[in-house]
Structure formats: C-alpha cells, structure tokens
Design a protein around this ligand. Structure first.
Ligand SMILES: Cc1cc2nc3c(=O)[nH]c(=O)nc-3n(C[C@H](O)[C@H](O)[C@H](O)COP(=O)(O)O)c2cc1C
Length: 356
C-alpha cells in the first residue's frame, strides 16, 4: 500500500506525484527581479530530488513590493521570459511548479539578510513604501505611506497582471502571499490596519482587499488551474489576527474558488512570542481544514518522514511543505521513500545510486 506521503493528489485538473511540497523561500539573488542560474539550479535540484510541488519564492507584483532589491519580480516581459524557461525545466523532472505572488507592504525596502538586514532608505538603494496604515514595523523601519484608494486599485491591478504573466510563463498553479506581515496580511490584521474607510475597521472591511485580490486572480486564471493562499493563522499577539478570524476568512476564500490554504503563522510584529518547535503550526492547519472545509498544507519544522506521514494520516493537512529541510537536503523525498519503504521512480541517471 502507498504511504500517504507518496500518494498523488489532484487539485482541479492538476495531479501532483506526491504530497511533499517545497514552500516559497526567498533567495535574494535576482537582479532587477529577473531570475538567473542560481534559481535554475536551486529549483531544478528539488524537482530532480522528487518533490511533488514547488512554490517559487515570493515574487513581487510591483518593484515597490519587493522585500529587498534582490527579490524576484513578476511585472515585466524579461522576468516573464526567464520564468518560462524555469517552469519548462522544472516540469521536465516531474515536479509541478507554482509561484507565490507577493507584495511586501511596510516590510519592503530592506537589505538582503546576509548583508545587514537593515531597512534601506532612498539614499542607500531603497524606495518609499506603502501600507494600509502609516505604522512602521519597528523603531528602525521606514514609515510607510498610507495607501490611497488609487493605490489599492493599482496594487489590485498589479496582482492581476502578474497572475496573467504567471499563466503565460507556464506555471501550473499560483499561491497568493497573505502571510508573514506583508501587505495583504497587513490589511487583515487589526494591529496594522487602522483605516476607517471601506478597507479597515470591522472584520468584513479588513478582509475586503485580500478577498478582492483573490477574486481578481481567480477570474483571470484558467478554470482548471489551482489557486493556493498562504496565511498566517495567528499573529501570536493578543488583539491581533487569530485562528477564529482565519477560519471565517478561509470560508470566504473558498467561496471565491481558492483551492488550498498553506497555513503558516506570525510575521506581523517583532513583539510576537512564537513557540516554534517540531510541527508547531500543524494544529492551525488541522483547525482550518476541519472548520473551513478546505484542503490545507502544513508547514513549519517538519523534518522527518514519519512525522510528515503522521500529519497526513491523522488528517491534519492534505500536503506537507518542508522549507529548511529541503535546503539542507534536496533529495529528502528520495531518502524518505526508503525510510517509508515506498517504491518510487528515481531519475534514470541516478538509478545506480538507488537506495534499496
Ligand atoms: C531562506 C528562507 C526564505 C523564505 N522566504 C519565504 C517566502 O518567500 N515566502 C514565504 O511565504 N515564506 C518564506 N519563508 C518561510 C518558509 O516558506 C517556511 O514557511 C518556513 O521556513 C518554515 O518552514 P520550515 O521549518 O520547514 O523551514 C522563507 C524561509 C526561509 C528559510
């Protein structure tokens, strides 16, 4: 019998060869938002390594929405053309490939983590940033400009246009980034959204813009193409966004035609106290799966094949996403198949190294 981890999953018309996914992980290695040899090698290795699905790192829908000057972007033809090369190569080795469409909001305009992770002002290669309300992330961060109704419309159109590019570039599915304190999460959370127009205040108003974005993207995508949304299920701060609100919000996303929720947490504030430990976020996935009646992905310190199998068999999620573990070991799926005594297809070129 197949292990659950290695069973296929079909979402709309797209079938993934197993339930092991690579979550989006910024590489901060692009120039002008365009991918290069690093990204090709990085994503291709995980496809050869046997993952079922790859979600390409946060890719900004406009230059202002990049976290750092070296983020990927998906807002011009050159970027689209290079993504088309990547999707073809990755798909050839069996993984399906999606892209995370993102806008960093008040967390934009920072230096890359290994240089100094500081906010970049305009004198040092940074740019002016926008957010639902003019509240900086912390005392060292830039103060964002409060978005006007026109800004909201412009960003909505940017998401739509990037989704069209993603479809043309051959992506199999799309994920919208609504987590980790970036722009759409900033609209959701009462800690960062202090607006008193149609896009802030009550729960209904805070979810309005993120729902509009999901609706717009869904309507530009082919009917048979899956749409994922990543959320932070909780801010881990009293008075912030929480699991109860997530459950209601996800029901609304489902009505719009979102297929799967990739359930992460945190990122809205440096003051959050996060009890990070093995599988610490899977309970949120489980709660959303049960109460919102939707497919979910569990992520966060999933590292071991038995742990991953257990999460799926106990119906806490429908897929598992392994971030840092796949950075450490791109061949994790091949090794896990051996541990779980699952016969899977190896790359032909590597057959002589097959673990038996
Ligand atoms: C280097 C790195 C970059 C990341 N970039 C993103 C990103 O672009 N978008 C996102 O939603 N999460 C991002 N994350 C979070 C991961 O997708 C994942 O949720 C997190 O690492 C927890 O999973 P793990 O314990 O398996 O690593 C990043 C994490 C790492 C380590």
């Amino acid at each position: 019998m197949d292990n659950k981890l290695f069973s296929t999953i079909k979402i709309r018309d797209l079938e993934f060869r197993n339930r092991i996914f690579m979550p989006p992980m910024c590489q901060y290695s692009a120039n002008d938002g365009v991918l290069n040899e690093w990204h090709i090698a990085h994503y291709l290795a995980r496809s050869i390594g046997g993952v079922g699905g790859i979600i390409v790192e946060a890719s900004a829908v406009e230059p202002r929405g990049r976290i750092t000057p070296n983020d990927l972007g998906i807002y011009n033809d050159v970027q689209e053309g290079e993504f088309a090369k990547l999707t073809k190569l990755v798909k050839y080795h069996g993984a399906k490939i999606g892209i995370q469409l993102a806008h960093a909001g008040r967390k934009a305009s920072n230096d890359v983590p290994w240089r100094n992770e500081q906010t970049l002002d305009e004198l040092h290669g940074g740019w002016s940033i926008i957010a639902p309300s003019p509240i900086p992330f912390d005392k060292d961060s830039l103060v964002p400009r409060e978005m006007t109704q026109k800004d909201i419309l412009d960003v909505l159109n940017a998401f739509e246009s990037s989704a069209k590019m993603a479809v043309r570039a051959g992506f199999d599915f799309i994920e919208i980034h609504m987590a980790h304190g970036y722009l759409l999460h900033e609209f959701l959370s009462p800690l960062t959204n202090k607006r008193n127009d149609d896009f802030g205040g009550s729960f209904e108003k805070r979810i309005r813009f993120p729902l509009n974005v999901a609706g717009k993207i869904r309507s530009t995508m082919p009917k048979n193409m899956p749409l994922f949304v990543r959320i932070s299920a909780t801010d881990w701060i009293d008075g912030g966004w929480d699991v109860a609100q997530s459950i209601e919000f996800v029901k609304r996303l489902k009505e719009i035609g979102v297929d799967l929720i990739d359930v992460s947490s945190a990122g809205i504030s440096p003051e959050a106290i996060i009890p990070a430990d093995f599988g610490f976020q899977t309970k949120f996935s489980s709660m959303i799966r049960q109460n919102s009646n939707i497919l979910t992905g569990a992520v966060g310190m999933i590292v071991d094949p038995y742990q991953a199998e257990h999460i799926l068999c106990t119906e806490q999620s429908d897929i598992v996403l392994l971030g840092r573990e796949l950075l450490r070991n791109p061949y994790w799926p091949l090794h896990s198949a051996k541990v779980l005594k699952q016969n899977i297809q190896w790359p032909l070129q590597y057959l002589r190294a097959r673990l038996t």
